[in-house]
Design a protein around this ligand. Sequence first.
Ligand SMILES: O=P(O)(O)OC[C@H]1O[C@H](O)[C@H](O)[C@@H](O)[C@@H]1O
Length: 618
Amino acid sequence: MASSSLSGLFSSSPSLKPSKNLSVKALSAQPTRGDSFSFPHTSKPTQLPLTLSRSVARDISHTDAAAKKELIKDPDALWKRYLDWLYQQKDLGLYLDVSRVGFTDEFVVDMEHRFKAAFKAMEELEKGSIANPDEGRMVGHYWLRNSSLVPKPTLKTLIENTLDSICSFADDIISGKIKPPSSPPEGRFTQILSVGIGGSALGPQFVAEALAPDNPPLKIRFIDNTDPAGIDHQIAQLGPELASTLVIVISKSGGTPETRNGLLEVQKAFRDAGLNFAKQGVAITQENSLLDNTARIEGWLARFPMYDWVGGRTSVMSAVGLLPAALQGIDIREMLAGAAIMDEATRTTSLKNNPAALLAMCWYWASDGVGSKDMVILPYKDSLLLFSRYLQQLVMESLGKEFDLDGNTVNQGLTVYGNKGSTDQHAYIQQLREGVHNFFATFIEVLRDRPPGHDWELEPGVTCGDYLFGMLQGTRSALYANGRESISVTIEEVTPRSVGAIIALYERAVGLYASLVNINAYHQPGVEAGKKAAAEVLALQKRVLSVLNEASCKDPVEPLTLDEIADRCHAPEEIEMIYKIIAHMSANDRVLIAEGSCGSPRSVKVYLGECSVDDMFA
Ligand SMILES: O=P(O)(O)OC[C@H]1O[C@H](O)[C@H](O)[C@@H](O)[C@@H]1O
């Protein structure tokens, strides 16, 4: 790689990022540690009025965009910047271009200093430090692809044995050595139904979409929600093939309600079809979790471990992602190899030669280190459609934090969205180019359009893939011309190796960025609030049913108003929630309306169609 000199490039706009520390958001949410970072060209942010109005902040942001537009006036300088900053990983055929992000050389110098601490923290993490202090856990997803790094020999054996057992189980299923119980002698498993949510679904979904062959040995479907209609749809689509479906239930904790519900629904479908679920069920979970115990007691076909030291959103290279992938005929050892190469490449402490550090630096620059701009992910390849969805959890659950590691309120985060190009060009790129300037883009480019020997020219000298290429380059240029920054990640082909590599690239970038902004990337305390509130709603529903049951058992039946129900539940403050519970149950024929209609809550009087003599809801 050539030298990092940027001199001259920004000489016409020394205040290229004049607004970086001027916005109210940036001022209030800058990292608050003693070694706090300041952008080079700004003048004493603390002297600025904290009450800077929105309109002023907006004007500044327009000035900022205008300043960036000047960059494109000098194509030679831009070419030089491209060459100076182009990163290449030869073994992976992966390139990273950050030239269309407008960071300055002063910023880079300052970041190099900050990265020292981030690299150190990452080194400690890989050695087995308690990198997730709130949960008192090690963070070991890097060990999954290089078990020699593991701090304890027992874990090394565990990782290697698990990988071997995944491969041999998948071989046995694919070859028909392990058969579905009700199949004829030549029968074999044909379908996978994967039940899981969050990190127990997004990785397997992304990998399947990216890498499954057109005719995989087993086709995969997902139940990743507690939506009964969605579950019914998946089961209905399987039809008679339910008899040859391998159901993989994935949950690190083994107690996630949506996954439990999915399992119960699928087990019911098996019972209804006269099938023995246990002989077709596989569990991937932590040892001794509720799911693990259920699978063991019921004698499921197989169980694979999840580890305490691998987070759900970084679990795609554990059994969570590897087993479904192997069953679809995807070369999982190649995925691991790609990730291992990228892990090695992102271990270097030379910022310019570390693609993950370059990404983290660009995110910091583009979003002021406070998430002030969103990250739009645009893969120009249909098979990578789910990458942005996968990254949403990886990035947003890792970085979206209220407090930093020192307990300061920081409300950090980085919003991720996107689908694919060129499709999105016909949807929202209009706004990206001309509308509110609240994002930076990441283009994912794949050089190989089609397998060799399949291409043809749909007009003289031009293939279909040339159009896709042109659309990507055109959008990149058009965005940049209007002051919109972008990163480009280029891979030669979508292969298990390159997919493993880009997953590893973003995992590392998230970890480094988290250090830069001093947060714990490996916990998710905010998720609990919603789960707790949902449990409270269901508990209230049980009380409502109990009250209604009692009134409905009277002779004559006593229909109740919402006020009466709330009163008898001793929850007058919950009347709105009680109304919503009643409306939901009424829509599902589980309560009857004696008077009024659900549309006018005050008029409503409710009772149960049938009373239960033993008050089962009490
Ligand atoms: O794998 P599980 O334990 O079922 O967890 C599934 C998901 O649940 C939670 O909501 C967490 O926030 C996610 O990080 C996790 O991936």
